[in-house]
Design a protein around this ligand. Structure first.
Ligand SMILES: CC(C)(COP(=O)(O)OP(=O)(O)OC[C@H]1O[C@@H](n2cnc3c(N)ncnc32)[C@H](O)[C@@H]1OP(=O)(O)O)[C@@H](O)C(=O)NCCC(=O)NCCS
Length: 202
């Protein structure tokens, strides 16, 4: 199967992701287009959406999975910016991610709509993100999830992300955070499994 992926610019992509996020019961606070634009407008980023034929009309392709990531700088630099959440993230990763002279790409948001899960959409988006990030000079991908997101943890395990840090939530261990990462290399790209057709949205 060839996955059909579209890469979006920020204006159109933020609206697409806002639309997609409504389909995910797992997300307590779905992100809005305005939040995406606020976070991404001044940093390198990548918005990818995977398409599939609509069940009602097979000639019409609809968005079924998405993945959004952005550059993450060292804590000292993020502290100078206007995004406290990113500065906090960077600070928490300080002891397990080598920022010096390395470019770090943070895989921020993503998911596959329920009816299209287990069909390789998330693997295809992850592999595309890895390829893009490697081509753009990044050295490592980083992602954050929570103990209670078993499906995501399982998927990240299959996608060979390594645990970088565990941050316990003593009040509720289900909310403990897990940070994972993967080094990017030509060998990694050669091991990719999905066939993908990628186009840029107009
Ligand atoms: C996790 C999620 C993104 C997986 O999407 P998907 O499109 O079904 O994933 P894929 O089909 O590409 O699967 C990728 C790999 O992970 C494995 N995998 C995916 N979901 C899995 C699950 N629930 N249990 C076990 N393995 C799973 C697949 O078997 C596959 O492995 P393989 O390629 O080695 O065969 C999707 O279930 C989802 O959106 N979940 C809700 C989002 C969420 O929980 N977010 C939490 C915030 S971090």
């Amino acid at each position: 199967m060839q996955h059909v992926i579209r890469q979006y610019n920020l204006e159109a992509g933020s609206l697409e992701v806002e639309y997609m996020e409504q389909y995910f019961g797992e997300f307590a606070a779905p992100k809005t287009a305005a939040e995406l634009r606020q976070r991404l407008r001044q940093r390198d980023h990548l918005i990818l959406i995977s398409l599939a034929p609509s069940p009602e009309d097979g000639s019409h392709w609809i968005p079924v999975a998405f993945k959004v990531g952005h550059e993450l700088h060292a804590p000292e630099r993020e502290l100078l910016g206007e995004e406290p959440a990113i500065a906090d993230l960077s600070r928490r990763l300080r002891d397990c991610v080598a920022f010096e002279r390395r470019r770090i790409f943070y895989s921020w948001l993503g998911g596959t709509r329920r009816e299209w899960r287990q069909q390789g959409h998330y693997r295809a988006l992850t592999e595309q993100q890895e390829e893009w990030a490697h081509e753009h000079g990044y050295h490592q991908l980083v992602v954050k999830t929570k103990n209670r997101f078993y499906g995501m943890r399982a998927a990240l395990d299959h996608l060979q992300f390594d645990v970088l840090r565990f941050e316990p939530d003593l009040a509720d261990n289900a909310n403990s955070k897990v940070y994972l990462g993967k080094d990017l290399s030509a060998d990694l790209l050669r091991a990719h499994l999905t066939a993908r057709h990628v186009s840029r949205a107009a």
